[in-house]
Design a protein around this ligand. Structure first.
Ligand SMILES: O=C(O)CCC(=O)C(=O)O
Length: 255
């Protein structure tokens, strides 16, 4: 089903659009089992890229994210998530068909560091295109206690970098204002948020005993080309995946 003009206008102003129950409980059970398998398999060259960090809360090494899930590695899961409905919504929001740019799962397990307030575009994405849309899929319930994300909800942001590249936003970066400009996005498994690469967002550390796993699929306009492998080759040069025994300090993560 196509988006209404109101949905498109809301996305344009606010930078995000939420769909409750986009995926069924049964689909999320399948995805959850896949994420568990992925967590438990050994990292291998040419396979999914795993990133381990030392928890700032416990000092233990934890799996914080896995990238490069698709591109032929897990076709069933790719088909499960990149549905015709998702493609139609993305095309309506981009104004043309979407091409997958990158995909990852943030495990955000107990003890995981904060993802400080940032714009995704600041993570070096200008080298590839000036606009992306990410589809964020909640695999576990996201709530205040287990580090749900907050998004700027006022529409008071610019579709440009509001601070230097590779840096998180600070309270001094205009137009950052505290709580009243941000909304906590709580939801259940299968809820989806589409958001643009400029809307400021972030989440605190997970001090609870519950994991908060979300999958993030990022797309560019098809007319910008298929840049996925170029992005990953660049990323692995600058920020290589690692093994549990080489877990990095959590401060190694920039944006
Ligand atoms: O999973 C999170 O809380 C942060 C997601 C995010 O903004 C990112 O990974 O860029």
């Amino acid at each position: 089903m196509r988006l209404t003009n109101e949905q498109k206008q809301n996305f344009k102003k606010q930078g995000f659009l939420i769909f409750k129950g986009f995926f069924s409980p049964a689909e999320m059970v399948k995805l959850s089992a896949f994420l568990d398998r992925l967590r438990d398999t050994k990292a291998e060259e040419g396979k999914e890229a795993k990133y381990y960090e030392k928890s700032p809360l416990t000092g233990e090494p934890i799996l914080v994210r896995v990238e490069n899930l698709f591109g032929g590695l897990n076709p069933a899961e790719e088909a499960l998530l990149i549905t015709e409905r998702a493609k139609t919504i993305l095309a309506d929001l981009l104004g043309e068909p979407a091409t997958l740019f990158k995909e990852k799962v943030n495990y955000k397990v107990p003890g995981c560091r904060p993802d400080k307030l940032h714009q995704d575009q600041a993570a070096g994405w200008n080298a590839y295109s000036d606009f992306f849309i990410t589809m964020g899929i909640m695999v576990d319930a996201n709530h205040k206690g287990n580090a749900a994300l907050s998004f700027m909800c006022s529409g008071n942001y610019k579709k440009e970098l509001m601070g230097p590249e590779w840096q998180v936003l600070t309270h001094d970066d205009p137009p950052y204002k505290p709580e009243d400009e941000y909304v906590l996005i709580e939801g259940g498994p299968g809820d989806v948020i589409f958001f643009d690469s400029y809307v400021p967002h972030g989440s605190p550390s997970n001090a609870s005993s519950e994991a908060r796993r979300n999958v993030f699929l990022t797309f560019n306009r098809a007319s910008d080309g298929d840049m996925r492998m170029r992005y990953y080759h660049d990323k692995w040069k600058n920020y290589a995946p690692n093994k549990v025994e080489d877990a990095r300090a959590n401060s190694s993560y920039r944006v």
